[in-house]
Write a protein that binds this ligand. Structure first.
Ligand code: GLY
Length: 390
């Protein structure tokens, strides 16, 4: 009888421990929504002073930082509002999402950046998915046309940056993989396969040139557009040319997972599995699953973390789990990351001007946005929370 009682008590204790370790999506979304209410108030106040600045980006040195629509991160804030609408079905979020999405509209014509996937597709893509509004579809299609003008057929890639022409000729960064979703979607919306073909060529060329044998990725590959040859393999935001910049690895994982979804080409699935194995089997990342900003920074364990890389990785792993034979492992890893983010990496209620997560690293070599809240960390965190439910 006594033994039975002990066993029952032990199983209750075990159940409670497991429960406490589980990810609580409802609680995480409620806390995030509270923060975002505060963020919106701060956005509106800031815009009264500087109406050309439309979206909140970060907090640096205690200062709330807003950006104009042409900043690469401008689309994440309205896109987060779409995720709140998707999760809650509350019309309040629909009204807000529509309102702030409009501010990014003119970027559909921007041919000076590869970031149109982030800027335009995140808000308008989610908006179109959730409302079917044909006006959003038109913006997506135009943005894909603008992005396609940056494709060079000889090199087989889309040019990422026009700046720093003294450092490189035709730079392509691993982040660029993220913008291919806009192209895949536009082929589905229009029936015009040229967008799909560009996306596939970019993904194939990147797969060939951007990766090391251990599936870690370089940040910047510079191409010769006359011969298509690689001129140099370097970094801009990482610790060193041969290092593995954490967010770059996350962009690569997300990018090839998405390419597999869109094409069902097994080569992309193998690549995504390889990248996942680099990220998950790395002994450098601490037990909470949140990576240092670069896997090779000699300052580790004193180096800053990058919660944004963790959020992007978690979101990608939930999707990859659906396709890969390692699905169980990926889901467990994503759950662990989200559990960490939603407990020890969130802002205290009312703090950080309403940003949800803390401890991201934007651009360490430029000494910019170190250990701060940042809008893309929040966006991929919400996306990962949504994906965890599926
Ligand atoms: N795409 C720029 C960054 O990840 O910082």
């Amino acid at each position: 009888m006594k033994l039975k009682l002990i066993l029952v008590s032990l199983s209750i204790l075990f159940f409670n421990i497991v429960k406490a370790q589980e990810l609580n999506v409802t609680k995480a979304f409620a806390a995030a929504a509270k923060q975002t209410d505060i963020l919106i108030k701060n956005v509106d106040s800031a815009r009264k002073v500087q109406p050309n600045l439309v979206s909140p980006r970060t907090v640096e040195n205690g200062q709330f930082k807003m950006v104009g629509s042409k900043d690469w991160t401008s689309g994440f804030f309205p896109a987060e509002l779409w995720y709140f609408y998707q999760y809650t079905k509350d019309k309040k979020w629909l009204v807000l999402a529509k309102k702030y999405t409009e501010d990014i509209k003119k970027e559909q014509f921007n041919k000076g950046t590869h970031d149109l996937g982030f800027m335009v597709y995140c808000p308008f893509g989610n908006g179109y998915r959730l409302t079917g509004d044909p006006a959003y579809k038109a913006v997506i299609v135009q943005a894909a046309k603008s992005l396609s003008t940056r494709f060079n057929a000889t090199a087989g890639v889309i040019k990422s940056w026009d700046h720093n022409g003294d450092k490189w000729k035709y730079p392509v960064i691993i982040d660029n993989m993220m913008n291919l979703e806009l192209l895949f979607e536009t082929t589905k919306l229009t029936g015009d396969s040229s967008f799909y073909k560009i996306a596939v060529m970019h993904a194939n060329t990147t797969l060939k040139n951007h990766f090391r044998p251990d599936f870690s990725s370089y940040h910047v590959i510079d191409y010769d557009t006359l011969t298509g040859k690689v001129l140099q393999k370097v970094t801009a935001q990482g610790y060193a040319n041969e290092s593995a910049w954490a967010r770059g690895q996350a962009w690569a994982l997300y990018g090839y997972t998405m390419c597999y979804r869109e094409t069902k080409n097994k080569v992309y699935l193998t690549q995504a599995d390889g990248i996942a194995s680099f990220i998950l089997n790395n002994k450098i990342t601490p037990a909470d699953g949140i990576p240092y900003w670069d896997y090779n920074d000699p300052k580790i364990p004193g180096a800053s973390r990058d919660a944004s890389a963790a959020a992007i990785t978690a979101s990608a792993l939930y999707e990859l789990a659906k396709y890969s034979t390692y699905g169980k492992k990926y889901k467990a890893a994503a759950n662990k990351i989200l559990k960490s983010l939603s407990t020890t990496y969130t802002s205290k209620t009312g703090a950080n001007y309403g940003f949800i997560l803390t401890h991201s690293t934007g651009h360490r070599p430029a000494d910019s946005e170190i250990d701060v809240p940042i809008n893309y960390a929040d966006y991929y965190y919400l996306e990962a929370l949504l994906r965890s439910k599926k």
